[in-house]
Design a protein around this ligand. Sequence first.
Ligand code: CP
Length: 337
Amino acid sequence: MKHLLSAGDLTRDEAVLILDTAGQMAATQAREIKKLPTLRGRTVVNLFFEDSTRTRISFETAAKRLSADVINFSAKGSSVSKGESLKDTALTLQAMGADAVVIRHQASGAPQTLAASGWTHGAVVNAGDGTHQHPTQALLDAYTLRRHLVGAGGTRDTTGRDLDGLHVAIVGDVLHSRVARSNVQLLHTLGAQVTLVAPPTLVPVGVEAWPCDVSYRLDDVIADGKPDAVMMLRVQRERMSSAGGGFFPSPLEYTRGYGLDARRLEALPEHAIVLHPGPMNRGLEISADAADSPRAVIVEQVANGVAVRMAVLYLLLAGGPTTPAATPQPTSNRSAE
Ligand code: CP
């Protein structure tokens, strides 16, 4: 694996390797000294053209925990506002010696362009591009599902290596969601059954070619499908022209049809968990009751994101599938963070 551009590029073995490696990384993060020397001397550039809280901070944390040097670039306040292109921005950062470029961009396909361009010699990691892909979000979601639902402590007696037989409902603004696209691909690769639930206006054209079922009725999916997990999607109002942008009659009607509230939470199977990639629109796609319930693993998803991104950076930059945590040599906490 030279780059991580799309969840659809991952084979089952590659995905499982990342999840297993993330498990090893997470174990090191329970220690008093969390820092590993693995990527000492390597430089990771976080190149963010679009806003982010969780992804940007967790990639930065992951790179620092592996002792990489980190350059954070945000388009706001940079020469991008003077019209500098992606090419010239990338060439400038390459001149700083980037070994990996983590890129978030509002344009679908920007990471693929960067990887194919030769503007950077480093590994390219897609941290979210337009409405297209967000592969590390899907990986951290799969890691979270695995921890809660598979193997020891889970409801499924599998090898603990994949998600065979799990039913995951992905609910909401599928049309604008790179999280949904990446999750459908990765969950399918890992053996899960996925049902997309959305109003017809928020279902993408061509969805029948995706490896999943589609429903317009959340209550039916909860009652009949008995999902093991419900992944709520953010209503992406910034990608709509007004509050609902004509995609739904009113926020209240959206919430009635597709919001997760206490009643729907109660109707889920006892073991089912609730995910949300964040940021949440509380009161729209998820009520405070549901978001703050013990079944919600939303904050844990963020923590798992650090371990998963450590695994991705390690596998891309440290040269392959050896055991990263088998012989970690913690460095001093006094090293620069
Ligand atoms: N889940 C996610 O991508 O969140 P951010 O936009 O805050 O990075």
